[in-house]
Write a protein that binds this ligand. Structure first.
Ligand code: HEC
Ligand code: HEC
Length: 237
């Protein structure tokens, strides 16, 4: 009897210690705060990348996301909700795990992507599903065509070094596709990234847009929104 009690006591104690260690194991470091490193490989992201993803399972897991991102995952034209279709899986995984970890701020969406709404095992599946989709609905654009000015800004500020000549991003480096995204979303993100409020700003990008005026944001966003969906263009290496 005494032995059994001792075993139960030891078991309970180690459970508690384990939970405490897990809770302490990860503290988010956000842009502008001490210790921030862009593209930190969080423990969860490492695991998700290792597990890979399944398109069919991902379609199923995406159900809880449709209320905002819509059934076709193309978001809304006004840009409150971004299109997720055709985004690189590596980028989707980075964003979802960083939102769950508290690195990228997204309080509206958090209850829908954190446990138990979505389990870690489902993240790779969702990313595989979304990255393989193309959009058929037209994305939101600026009220007038400002793409000539936008293109010049995009090239002069060397945005293409990360996001590519066609706005196709870079899967290996987790740089997002920015072509054919909603105009309103593009503007909002550039500002959130510049001011650090998104949490996961890339310092090189903050530098590139440091001098942007309101008219510059609008022109670049319009240019990017009007670029062909990157999946429909042949990307030159
Ligand atoms: C309550 C509405 C809501 C729900 C439900 C929701 N999202 Fe979102 N999601 C948002 C908003 C708003 C943003 C953009 C936030 C911002 O401006 O930074 C976003 C952004 C994202 C992004 C980042 C896109 C990018 O280009 O960086 C990903 C990835 C994403 N959502 C995936 C999901 C997945 C997967 C689910 C379901 C498990 C989901 N979302 C459910 C509102 C929602
Ligand atoms: C050094 C690389 C780099 C440069 C240069 C850069 N960006 Fe980015 N950009 C990123 C990364 C990385 C993200 C996503 C943030 C993250 O996940 O850490 C991003 C995000 C964005 C987003 C939001 C996309 C989304 O889906 O949420 C827009 C819009 C954008 N960049 C536009 C620009 C423009 C315009 C320029 C040039 C003025 C530029 N970027 C220069 C790396 C860069």
């Amino acid at each position: 009897m005494k032995n059994i009690l001792l075993i139960i006591f030891v078991a309970l104690f180690s459970l508690q210690a384990g939970a405490a260690a897990a809770a302490e194991a990860y503290t988010p470091k956000v842009y502008g705060k001490k210790g921030y490193v862009w593209d930190e490989m969080t423990p969860e992201r490492v695991q998700v990348l290792k597990m890979g993803g399944d398109v069919d399972r991902g379609k199923d897991s995406f159900r809880g996301c449709r209320g905002c991102h819509k059934a076709d995952a193309a978001g809304v034209r006004e840009g409150v909700y971004p299109r997720l279709t055709g985004q690189h899986a590596s980028v989707l995984i980075k964003q979802i795990t960083e939102i769950r970890a508290g690195i990228r701020s997204n309080p509206k969406m958090l209850p829908f992507v954190e446990d138990p709404a979505i389990a870690m095992e489902e993240i790779g599946d969702i990313a595989a599903y979304l990255s393989a989709l193309t959009s058929v609905r037209e994305n939101g654009k600026g009220a007038e065509n400002m793409s000539a000015r936008g293109k010049k800004l995009y090239n002069d500020n060397k945005c293409y070094t990360c996001h590519g000549k066609n706005g196709e991003g870079n899967a290996a480096k987790a740089y997002p596709v920015v072509a054919a995204q909603h105009y309103g979303y593009l503007i909002r993100e550039m500002k959130l990234i510049k001011h650090g409020t998104r949490g996961n700003s890339n310092p090189g990008m903050v530098k590139a847009i440091a001098k942007f005026t309101e008219a510059d944001y609008e022109a670049v966003a319009d240019y990017l929104a009007r670029l062909p969906d990157y999946r429909t263009v042949v990307v030159s290496k």
